[in-house]
Design a protein around this ligand. Sequence first.
Ligand SMILES: Nc1ncnc2c1ncn2[C@@H]1O[C@H](COP(=O)(O)OP(=O)(O)OP(=O)(O)O)[C@@H](O)[C@H]1O
Length: 493
Amino acid sequence: MEEPRMHGIFTDADTGRLTYALSLSDSCLTVQRVSSPPSQTPAPEHLDLRDCLGSRAHRGEREDRDAYYLCVYFYPYRRRWMAWGPVRQRDERRFRLVLNSDDNNDDEQEEEDEEEDAKLREAERWARAIRNRPGNTRGVLFSEVRRACGVMVLVNPQSGRGQAMAQYNGHVQRMLTEADIPHTLVITERQNHARDLVRSTDLSQWDALIILSGDGLLFEVVNGLMERPDWEKAIQTPLGILPGGSGNALAASVHHYTRASPVWGEDLLTSCGFLLCKGLVSGLDLISVQLSSGARLFSFLSLAWGFVADVDIESETFRQIGALRFILGTLVRLASLRIYQGKLAYLPAGETDSVSSTGENLLNDHLMAPFGQPVPQNWTLVEEREFVLVLAMFQSHLSEDLMAAPGARADDGIIHLFYLTAGVSRATLLRLFRAMQSGTHLDCGCAHLVYVRAQAIRLEPLSADGVLTVDGERVHYGPVQAQVHRAAARIIC
Ligand SMILES: Nc1ncnc2c1ncn2[C@@H]1O[C@H](COP(=O)(O)OP(=O)(O)OP(=O)(O)O)[C@@H](O)[C@H]1O
């Protein structure tokens, strides 16, 4: 058992009738109800400080101005009815400070002032000690890598079912305040607003850029940062994602990397908000995507052709039903299943050293040959030419409830390439998508489904028309190739 660093006597905040002895160690806040007779004393409660977002001290209002309070904000995992597993739930603890005054001061007013000062100092000392406990986190904090000047929160009010602003007002603003993270809200007004903004903003003003939207807005932000003359520095700005869209694939991936049970909707928002406020920064792979139009994009999520790309784009008309849009879109597309002709090649992972991409490396797609030239000799050519889908995953999730690459990590430096060859039945395809909800599609024993780990891929569609998506956004249709740049960006996760 750890030695407590602080002890104090408080009462409950509402009635002041219950007395509590609080003790604070490096890892836990212990709350012991003090009652008489002592035989009726309940067991102490040990509140794990790893679940604590923040703490603040404040004075009571109006007739309660003599009182000083300590508020501590916890988000522990708790079981909830109908949930798959435990989910993070807010648990605010408020205590009223009890301080014994010494009564040897003759001047009453002076005595009162001193006592109030002492109470405030004591409440603030507790709040500070909880906030700044040693070993608060392991790893790099975004406030440590940059100046502590606050974060920009970009919200797309049109994303998903148009609920992002309500999510900001209902949850995000409160969590950032509880964690004492100053922030500025930017509501995007149009497509490419965020892209233009991050291309020109003074990034030294921001500790991190937070995106409360779908993956499309983060795609804009990443590409906007990469279009800056100072892209090498700009892309090091920590990025945060909060699920406000309909797919929310990166948010679901970030949650999955914590190894917690899967969550959706508001529970996913709370989980991602918690991780964001904790502020641990990790590398995020960026995938350089070259299109036949000559354009070069930077992707963090997926590249899709065939069934998945068609569903993604066609289901946009069902945006109002949120994540269910993909299920409905899948059923619609199953009814008119198509075969897509094309050539696929890839460079298997491990063929060359996967270097961390900082500085010069990022500009250099050294693994790929120019379009028009054959792929390098160490690449593998896929024999089949008829596909139902080709899906390159860079994170674990394709959407909130589709875990396409369960083994993927934010900075594993790997393209998780899946392809499904022609001949698969509708029933099997449906079974694969159902299994993908729990990430078990590779265990279905489907001979048409192939999974390889790659560093680079090239796809040359031969069918005249079709859809190609990068991070869920439709891009120019035609030959495409991509190479991973390990941990080229940074994500708070
Ligand atoms: N105010 C706005 N009005 C219209 N479109 C916007 C606005 N702000 C951003 N956009 C565009 O909306 C597109 C979709 O946004 P986003 O991906 O964030 O939401 P989504 O498509 O609902 O979510 P998901 O990608 O998870 O399915 C983006 O391409 C973005 O450029």
